[in-house]
Write a protein that binds this ligand. Structure first.
Ligand SMILES: [Zn+2]
Length: 129
């Protein structure tokens, strides 16, 4: 199997970690909407900057911190899944569809954790993309 250097999601840049998470315009649309969903009002940064920001700002055991971490993991997983579907099945999933899947998974996971009940009512709608 030949591996393409070009990002299969936007077909504009080389696929490196810093591009794919979260500078790719396809991925940035998902991540920016996810940030808005959890009431964080800033735009997507590079992978290393996102990790540094997360370590500095999303600490502890608060409900909001748990939801943010679940959202970050779900975004990375479903973006990677979407990328692989594009490569292996030649299927294109639009960013808003991935965003809805991410939110649905986070809501499903959070609904089983009573300590997150305080924050979930504030996250009861899909963000506009
Ligand atoms: Zn891209």
């Amino acid at each position: 199997m030949q591996v393409q250097a070009q990002c299969v999601l936007c077909r504009k840049e080389d696929e490196i970690v810093e591009h794919l998470f979260f500078q790719c315009e396809y991925v940035a649309a998902i991540w920016n909407a996810s940030l808005r969903w959890v009431k964080i009002h800033r735009v997507a940064m590079t992978w290393s900057s996102e990790i540094n920001w997360s370590v500095a700002n999303i600490r502890g055991q608060s409900a909001g911190a748990h939801v943010f971490r679940m959202m970050l993991v779900a975004c990375v997983y479903y973006i990677w899944h979407g990328r692989n579907n594009r490569i292996l099945r030649n299927t294109i999933v639009q960013p808003d569809s991935i965003e809805r899947i991410v939110i649905q998974k986070v809501i499903l996971l959070a609904s089983s954790k009573s300590k997150l009940a305080s924050v979930m009512p504030t996250l009861n709608c899909y963000p506009q993309m």
